[in-house]
Design a protein around this ligand. Sequence first.
Ligand code: ADP
Ligand code: ADP
Length: 228
Amino acid sequence: MIEFKNVSKTYSNGTHALQNVNLTVADGEFVFIVGSSGAGKSTFLKLIMCEETPNEGDIIVNGTHITSLKKREIPYLRRMMGIVFQDFRLIDNMTVYENVAFAMHVIGATQSEIKKRVPYILSLLNLQDKQKCRPNELSGGEQQRVGLARALVNNPKLIIADEPTGNIDPALSFEIVDLLSEINRRGTTILMVTHEHSLVKHFHKRVVEIHDGRIVADTASMEVEPDA
Ligand code: ADP
Ligand code: ADP
């Protein structure tokens, strides 16, 4: 799903944000990205989303060499990604239903597709009773479930979550990662940046640690495979 080959990123002010990064993430993996502030985690995600371009190296996402993408091709790449933000980024004057429907609308889905899909996704995330609420009527955990619904509604192959639990109660953080795990079991690849050691310890996923722009540890998932 994702391949970094000798990727380096230096910002115009001379900051070496990533240095010679090599990493492969297979289809269907769930990867926690950890590391202290300033380590390069956001830069790593921005390169995958084509928000930044590397100075050196090659990046392949879902079979496409994104380092040579033309600007007008970027929106097509982004369609296969769902993005979950730390600060939710919901539209305040839209209801829960409308927030999720809007994500389908912008990629050109028809009304009948929207009417079928949105209630299904909302019930998957246990938000069916909140459809008519506006974001400010929801708890932090509920707002992030709407963020997940919006990220999922267009059926992405990859979910990128940048500290999705950074603004919610620790107890509810586990619920969000449980939901991401369930989404992952259904086949979606997940990359999640987090600072929370308790989450990393509890969910036995692959953990990639970035320090000073380099990958310093890459620990395989310790999940027990279900019996065949
Ligand atoms: P993290 O997400 O792990 O906190 P970042 O990827 O945001 O790390 O930052 C890595 C390094 O690059 C830091 O030193 C940061 O200050 C620097 N940096 C990030 N974005 C920019 C930018 N747009 N311009 C210059 N330096 C940046
Ligand atoms: P949490 O303990 O998760 O932070 P809250 O105490 O914020 O949750 O909210 C508990 C419940 O009350 C939630 O179901 C939420 O939807 C509802 N709620 C919170 N604030 C409002 C509000 N301003 N208007 C309507 N319902 C609200």
